[in-house]
Design a protein around this ligand. Sequence first.
Ligand code: NAP
Length: 314
Amino acid sequence: MDTTAEKTPVRLAIVGLGKIARDQHLPAIAAVPGFTVAAVASRNAALDGVPHFPTIEEMLEGAPDVDAVALCTPPQVRRAQAAAALAAGKHVLLEKPPGATVGELAPLAAAAAAGGRTLFATWHSRFAAAVEPARAFLAERAIRSVTITWKEDVRVWHPGQGWIWEPGGLGVFDPGINALSILTRILPRPVFLTAADLSFPANRQAPIAADLDFTDEAGTSIRAEFDFRQTGPQSWDIRVETDGGMLTLSHGGAKLDHDGRTLVDGTDAEYTGIYRHFAGLIARGASDVDVLPLSLVADAFLLGRRRTVEPFED
Ligand code: NAP
């Protein structure tokens, strides 16, 4: 193993200093050894004491000693930024979803491989505390059905984020894809979509709600309800009925219950997990790019019936 990365911190640039960069990336980077924030590229935001550039292009030019970039921008602009960073010889961490299309990921992965750089398409929910224990539990059980309920208030969690309603912004699939990233990690067999019902506000380009049916080669019933209009209690739950009882992941994958008994009640460690994994990938000269959750969302847009619902105003 190359120990250089352990001795010399990876000089990381944050690109897109918005909500997730401030809420999660900066605290996780501070908590995980092996990284230092060396630059920020953001049009409207800066960090005290850290070199600032309005765009990634200016940052790549003006801060050539940066080793890696964390792209915390909206998905529609991420491919071009990733391509520029890889061309400049940087390791690249992509926020989820990894892009605005499925097809744009293969050329990025090829560029990373050709340049000997790391490309990491993160799925933060896969680092939630209950996900790996749930995967281990389900590997040894027959699965009868899966029910996903992912309902949150878009006004609370995405205030003023206009990009989420634009083409490529995913609408309710922006949180919903987190559930799909967990689903595709914990189930022992590949799943595929059989039907989808998508609700589009009359004034928006992305769905505000989605009902999805999936199955697998064994014919398992897998249903998902995503809704951005949830007020009151919020739900980020996956219930799996098995021959060994009911497994419930709740709180976005942080908590695990089996027939009412709590097996895991984890603290939030998603982004520290992401940065530990990124450090390991860089040290090993490896990449990690799984497009499967994004493919399932693309399939929903391919196969989904569309209904128009009342306009949404922020
Ligand atoms: P955000 O608050 O809107 O921040 C994104 C930042 O990217 C903006 O502040 C903006 O900073 C920059 N940006 C560059 N080009 C932009 C463009 N064309 N349109 C809008 N902003 C642009 O969004 P976020 O919530 O941090 O989400 C960013 C990504 O992280 C999304 O893919 C999202 O799915 C993911 N994520 C978000 C959360 C969450 O809870 N918010 C959780 C997990 C993952 P400047 O104006 O300074 O350039």
